[in-house]
Design a protein around this ligand. Structure first.
Ligand SMILES: *Cc1c(COP(=O)(O)O)cnc(C)c1O
Length: 419
């Protein structure tokens, strides 16, 4: 399991005190782990000039976390107005922000261009004519279609709604030139939670080939290639981690080859979310009910509003019962929330130590696409977020939603369209 031993050793001994102080459930993130992972990524690609990670804000859109990303030298990958606002609130400006929206509105284009703008990543050729303030620098999202196979979460590129096709690449950049663009990048995102590093290397190779093709045809040179995110983490104890060192050394080599044959190389950007923060978050929840029917059910005080992935993708999240060891595993449980949806289960037929009401459970790897995916269906509210800081202190970085928050959208001036 990827939640590090170090995080467990610092968190588990204080979990009960934290639960008493803050109340459960909560996500807690490990600042030390996030910083170490960020530095490791920067280090791994240090031989590629101008390498930059643009943290995928949707993975963990908490301003306190975004400040850490900025400290690491990262930019921000955004795809909505609130994500642009949060990135700017923590100081992101201009080229610190990449706006990778799809099905984009005029309002979004205007917001992207506001406050010093950002790198605009266009998802379709038809959008070129619709961008109200055409920027000097532009990027397109490339969808390789049948040239690549996808994976489970992101799907097969041919069926994916994103990006421009291979055949549209030349016309897209030509049209952008005509609208006055002078600086160019190219982007793709073809993987999700991919632990096979060779897939990511292939993506870098694919974009370098496109750079060559566009330069040959239009005489423009890309300033950067953005190979997207999608780096996978091991959710299951037996999963092999992605081999970052092999990945970075092979990508570094192909950039060096490109440079020696072309006399220049674009910068490389990446927009990882999960790999940076995923393992460094955990959802702490208390067992409140033990129900014994056809199966044994452990009801906890968190539900899908805190973590959608198991219900939505059938995703595995490892679970520890705090204070009990793997050697004590003797029971088989479904660990459930309280939604009136039978897929509101954090674990199905999981072998765990005997759980008593009041025990604390740590649901691993909730640092990315965890809290941020939560919803209010069934009147269930999203939980708080805490940060375990490098000095061992703990900070509340988002309060829990309240019933008043739930009802807040019902407070409005009457607006009746007459019959
Ligand atoms: C979601 C997303 C990412 C991040 O994906 P991870 O799996 O968290 O690495 C990056 N880029 C785009 C465009 C995305 O939509």
């Amino acid at each position: 399991m990827p939640m590090s031993k170090s995080f467990q050793d610092r968190l588990f001994p204080i979990a009960e005190e934290l639960a008493k102080h803050y109340g459960t459930p909560f996500h807690i993130y490990d600042e030390t782990g996030i910083r170490e992972t960020g530095k490791r990524l920067n280090q791994a690609f240090s031989a590629i000039e101008g390498f930059r990670e643009y943290f995928a804000v949707k993975a963990l859109p908490n301003p306190r976390i975004l400040t850490i990303m900025q400290d690491l030298g990262f930019g921000f990958d955004c795809s909505s107005i609130p994500e642009l606002i949060s990135s700017r609130q923590v100081g992101g400006r201009g080229e610190d922000i990449m706006f990778t929206s799809n099905n984009t509105t005029q309002e979004e284009f205007l917001m992207a261009a506001a406050e010093g703008g950002c790198i605009l990543n266009l998802d379709d050729i038809s959008l070129i004519a619709k961008v109200p303030v055409f920027p000097e620098q532009v990027c397109f999202r490339y969808n390789p279609g049948p040239r690549r196979t996808g994976n489970v979460i992101i799907g097969n590129p041919v069926e994916a709604k994103y990006g421009i096709t291979h055949d549209q690449v030349i016309s897209a950049y030509k049209l952008a030139l005509e609208r006055g663009a002078k600086r160019f990048g190219i982007h793709t995102m073809v993987a999700s939670n991919e632990r096979d590093y060779t897939y990511i290397v292939e993506t870098a190779r694919m974009l370098l080939q496109l750079a060559e093709m566009v330069e040959d045809d239009l005489g423009i040179r890309f300033e950067f290639l953005n190979i997207g995110g999608g780096l996978g983490i091991p959710y299951k104890p037996q999963d092999q981690p992605l081999d970052l060192d092999k990945m970075s050394s092979e990508i570094t080599d192909i950039f060096a080859e490109f440079k020696s044959s072309h006399g220049y190389a674009p910068r490389m950007y990446m927009e990882s979310g999960r790999w940076i923060t995923g393992p460094h978050g955990t959802l702490i929840t208390r067992a409140i009910n033990h129900k014994s029917i056809y199966r044994q059910y452990i009801g906890v005080d968190a539900c899908m509003s805190s973590l959608m992935r198991p219900g939505m993708y059938d995703a595995y999240h490892h679970i520890d019962v705090i204070g009990k060891t793997d050697q004590e595993k003797s029971e088989t449980y479904d660990v459930t929330g309280s939604l009136c949806e039978n897929n509101d289960k954090f674990a199905v037929q999981r072998s765990l130590p005997p759980i008593r009401e009041g025990d604390l459970l740590a649901i691993h790897d909730t640092g990315a696409h965890g809290h941020s995916m939560g919803f209010q269906y069934n009147g269930r509210l999203r939980p708080k977020e805490l940060l375990l800081r490098t000095d061992g202190s703990v900070e509340l970085i988002r309060r829990a939603e309240t019933v008043a928050d739930y009802f807040s959208t019902l407070n409005f001036a009457a607006d009746v369209f007459p019959a």
